[in-house]
Design a protein around this ligand. Sequence first.
Ligand SMILES: C[S@@+](CC[C@H](N)C(=O)[O-])C[C@H]1O[C@@H](n2cnc3c(N)ncnc32)[C@H](O)[C@@H]1O
Length: 343
Amino acid sequence: MEEISSAEISQRLGGEILRTAPGLVVFRPDRIDRELLELRTVEDVFLLAWGSDGLTYRAKDLDFIEKWTATKPDWAKLLALHHAVHPKPKGTPGYWLVVQQAGKHVYQRQSARQALARGLGKTIHPKWRFVEENADIEFWLTIEGTQAICGLRLSTREMRHRTWKREHRAASLRPVVAAGMAWQADLQAGMVVLDPMCGAGTLLGEARLMLQAHGRGKLQLMGGDVDLDAIESARLNLRSLGGGEFFRWDARKLPVAEHCVDRILCNLPFGITYGVGEDLGALYTRSFREMRRVLKSHGLAVVLTSEAAIARESAPAARMKPVASCRVRILGQPATMLTLRPG
Ligand SMILES: C[S@@+](CC[C@H](N)C(=O)[O-])C[C@H]1O[C@@H](n2cnc3c(N)ncnc32)[C@H](O)[C@@H]1O
């Protein structure tokens, strides 16, 4: 998602994208304020304290972590920036450390955490309280192979666990991925947006919020699914966002008039969750045919699948043309967001 997130960051916040790596975008926005937390295609936002590509997997990394934490960042400045987003706590601040580690390092995550604590011990005020819950300030260290990044977390858990989504279903999409698809769809006010296999309604909800976040007005939302429970979940989820129209239908035969939809967003069934009783290629071709029929001539469909080759092969028979694609990882598995238009 780094490409999509970079585009959202640049458009919303201005500034400069300094670097991207899998799962990471390093950027310098024009200003630091609460607007950072309104980004919809990222799960967390941090103030960068220090970063390095110089880890060795060996025990001396722990000395580096301690030293870099104590000497590299201007912590006073970082804390002032943190207060620009979260008001300065009254009384003695409580803090918490989070360390994530991936790779074959000779040391354990706990040792890296202790090294981080030692480094911070040299800079933060001795009276600060170490707390396990509701910390005012979270210091994060993420180690992946030779790369280490240390930062102050600005986001809260609400950024990734959207409060509007109360009903969850198996194979339900992560909201940031849904927001990424909404971003790819280039939504504009007044558009009719359809999800023919809507599940819990994640894509439609995030589409509406994406447009609102960019101050660009409202959408008309329409969704359906073969599964009645899914439709009920979608209805309940969308209620707090202004609702939409939901129907029980088969995406291979939509009860929708021709050429009346501007955008289609769809998380296609794939892998082990697929159980409709015909092969995936046939399902994709028939669904794409219906997408083409209901889309306006300048419409777009953004679909997500881990079977991109099958989707690409199925598209021509439905006279749909793939015009863009973006590779993402969903629960560790590669998947593709494919943008199609009537060809
Ligand atoms: C991968 S899930 C979509 C999840 C959804 N985006 C969400 O976040 O909850 C696929 C959905 O497609 C539905 N489905 C499968 N085949 C269908 C068909 N032929 N017509 C309509 N819906 C179908 C399933 O019931 C399931 O809810």
